[in-house]
Design a protein around this ligand. Structure first.
Ligand SMILES: [Zn+2]
Length: 486
C-alpha cells in the first residue's frame, strides 16, 4: 500500500565525481546544488568548504551494505560478516579513522571504533548495530534481496529494515564527526556486531566475554527495533507516535525429551514416548499464561488510550491494539509470557515404537519471570518428559525517564514537533542483552519517520524489506542531533 511496483532502478549512489568529493569531505558548489534536496542542513568546515552531511550519504551506505550478502543461517554456513566489516573499515579509513576489526571465528567479524566526547568526564555511550541479516529466499521477493534497488522512494533489500538502515545512519554520523572535527557529547563506542541474528554468540556475547574493555565506563547503549514511527488514529484525525524500545523479553529455547518403552508396532504399549510428548505439548499449548503488564507496556497502553480515546481495560483491549497497525504483533507478545512449540522429532520406522521423542519450545518471558516460567513448563511437561535448556538469554528493562530518554525524545521532537514518543517492550531480543551483562542499560532507538501506509514492523525478517530514503535522511539527522546533545 502506497508503494506500488514501479519501474525498478538500481540504486547506484552518487556518481564518481561526488564520491571523490565525499572522500575528501568537500565538494564543488555545482555538486552541492545538484545534490540538494529537502531540508538538508549544511555544515561549513573551518576552511569554508562544505562537508558532506550524514543525510546525503546515508542512502548510499545503506544500499552498499545491503549488496554485501551477510546472511546468517545460525549454523555457521553463511558467508559471515567479514566483507561487510571490511566495508565499514574502509568507510572509516576514508575519513581518517582507524577502526578495529575483531574476528571471533574466521569470517565472523565485528568492528569497533571509539570517538572521544566533548565531555569525557561523563559516562560513555555505546551505539551499536549488527552486520548480519537473516537469510532471504529470493523467490518470495518482488526484487533481488541483495541488489538494493530503489523503487518508489525506498531502498529494497534484506537488511533495509533489520538493520543496515541503522548501520548506515550510525556510520554516516561517525564519518561526519571525523570530517568536521566535531565530537559527540559523550565518549562513544560504536560497534558493528557479527552474529546478532543467531543470538550473538560470535558477536556481542563474544566481545563482552573477551574484550569488555571496549565498554569500560559505558553506562547506556542505543541500537535497533525502536524509534520508528507509527500513525495512530485519534478523535481529531491521526497522530504520529515513535515507539522507543525500553525493554526486551527474555529467551528460553527448551528441548522436551519424552522417554518411553520401545517395542513392536503391533503390541499394545502404554509407555509410548510419542504419546507422552504429544500430551506434554498439548498441555503447554493449552496453558493460559496470565497477563501481566510491566511498566513500559502499561505506559504504552495508557498513553495510547489517552491519544485514541479507546479503552485500555484488559477485557476490551483489541480495538486499542489494532491502532498499532503492524507493530501490534510485537506488543501482543509482551502482554504475557509465551511458549510456542516449533519442532518435533521422533521415530524411524512405521512398525517400531521409539524410545524417545523430542520437541523444541520457544519460550519468551517478561522481566522477572524466568524462574516462574521454567517451573510452569516443567510441571506441564509431566514426569516422563525432561526439560533441557538449549539457549537462554535475559530479559531487560530500562526506565522510560532520565536524561538519555529525554535526549532521544527531544531529538525526535525537534524534527517532528507534533509527534508522541511512547515506550514499548520488544517481544524479541537484540544485542542489548549482551551489553546488559556489563550493567549497560540498552534502548532501541533507530529513528525513522515513516509514511502512515508503510507497514514497517512486519518487515523485520519478512519479505520485501524496504526503507524510504526520506526516512533514512530523517534518521541520520535525528541520530546526529541526539549524539551531539545526549
Ligand atoms: Zn536486528
Amino acid at each position: 500500500m502506497g508503494f506500488p511496483c514501479g519501474e525498478a532502478k538500481r540504486y547506484t549512489g552518487p556518481d564518481q565525481k561526488t564520491k571523490r568529493a565525499a572522500a575528501s569531505g568537500r565538494r564543488s558548489r555545482h555538486t552541492l546544488i545538484r545534490m540538494s534536496h529537502d531540508d538538508a542542513d549544511r555544515t561549513v568546515t573551518t576552511t569554508g568548504t562544505t562537508a558532506v552531511t550524514p543525510e546525503e550519504e546515508v542512502a548510499r551506505i545503506c544500499a552498499e551494505l545491503i549488496r554485501i550478502d551477510s546472511s546468517n543461517y545460525g549454523d555457521g554456513s553463511g558467508p559471515g560478516e567479514r566483507k561487510a566489516a571490511e566495508y565499514v573499515m574502509g568507510e572509516l579509513a576514508e575519513v581518517g579513522l582507524e577502526g578495529t576489526l575483531l574476528e571471533s571465528e574466521p569470517g565472523r567479524a565485528t568492528v569497533v571504533v571509539r570517538l572521544e566526547g566533548a565531555d569525557s568526564s561523563r559516562p560513555g555511550l555505546a551505539v551499536h548495530g549488527h552486520l548480519d541479516v537473516v537469510p532471504a529466499d529470493a523467490a518470495d521477493w518482488q526484487v533481488d534481496p541483495f541488489a538494493a534497488e530503489e523503487r518508489d522512494g525506498c531502498i529494497w533489500g534484506r537488511g533495509a529494515v533489520d538493520m543496515k538502515d541503522m548501520d548506515a545512519m550510525i556510520l554516516a554520523n561517525i564519518r561526519h564527526f571525523a570530517r568536521t572535527g566535531t565530537k559527540p557529547a559523550r565518549d562513544t563506542t560504536f560497534v558493528f556486531f557479527a552474529d546478532e541474528e543467531a543470538g550473538g554468540t560470535y558477536g556481542s556475547h563474544w566481545l563482552v566475554d573477551h574484550h569488555p574493555q571496549w565498554f569500560e565506563g559505558v553506562s547506556e547503549a542505543i541500537s535497533e527495533v525502536g524509534g520508528y514511527s507509527i500513525t495512530v488514529p485519534t478523535p481529531h484525525g491521526q497522530q504520529r507516535a515513535y515507539l522507543l524500545q525500553t525493554a526486551e523479553k527474555g529467551i528460553a529455547w527448551l528441548r522436551l525429551r519424552a522417554h518411553g518403552r520401545a517395542g513392536h508396532g503391533s503390541v499394545p504399549n502404554d509407555e509410548n514416548a510419542i504419546v507422552r510428548l504429544a500430551a506434554a505439548v498439548g498441555r503447554i499449548a493449552a496453558h493460559e499464561w496470565p497477563r501481566e503488564y510491566i511498566a513500559s507496556v502499561r505506559e504504552l497502553l495508557d498513553t495510547l488510550s489517552t491519544m485514541t480515546g479507546l479503552s485500555s481495560a484488559e477485557a476490551d483491549l483489541e480495538p486499542l491494539l489494532a491502532t498499532l497497525g503492524g507493530a501490534q504483533g510485537f506488543v501482543r507478545g509482551t502482554l504475557r509470557d509465551t511458549a510456542n512449540v516449533t519442532m518435533l522429532e521422533s521415530g524411524y520406522k512405521h512398525n517400531v515404537i521409539p524410545q524417545t521423542a523430542t520437541a523444541a519450545v520457544d519460550c519468551r518471558f517478561l522481566p522477572g519471570h524466568e524462574d516462574a516460567l521454567m517451573a510452569t513448563i516443567r510441571e506441564l511437561a509431566g514426569e516422563h518428559v525432561e526439560v533441557e535448556v538449549v539457549h537462554r538469554d535475559v530479559a531487560i528493562e530500562a526506565p522510560f525517564s532520565g536524561d538519555l530518554v529525554e535526549s532521544m525524545k527531544q531529538a525526535l521532537l525537534r524534527e517532528d514537533p507534533e509527534a508522541a514518543v511512547l515506550p514499548y517492550c520488544l517481544s524479541g531480543g537484540t544485542d542489548n542483552k549482551a551489553l546488559g551483562r556489563l550493567g549497560i542499560s540498552g534502548y532501541g532507538f533507530a529513528p525513522l519517520r515513516l509514511p502512515a501506509d508503510l507497514d514497517f514492523a512486519p518487515m523485520f525478517h519478512g519479505i520485501d524489506e524496504r526503507v524510504p530514503t526520506s526516512s533514512l535522511r530523517f534518521g541520520a539527522r535525528v541520530l546526529g542531533d541526539f549524539l551531539r546533545t545526549c
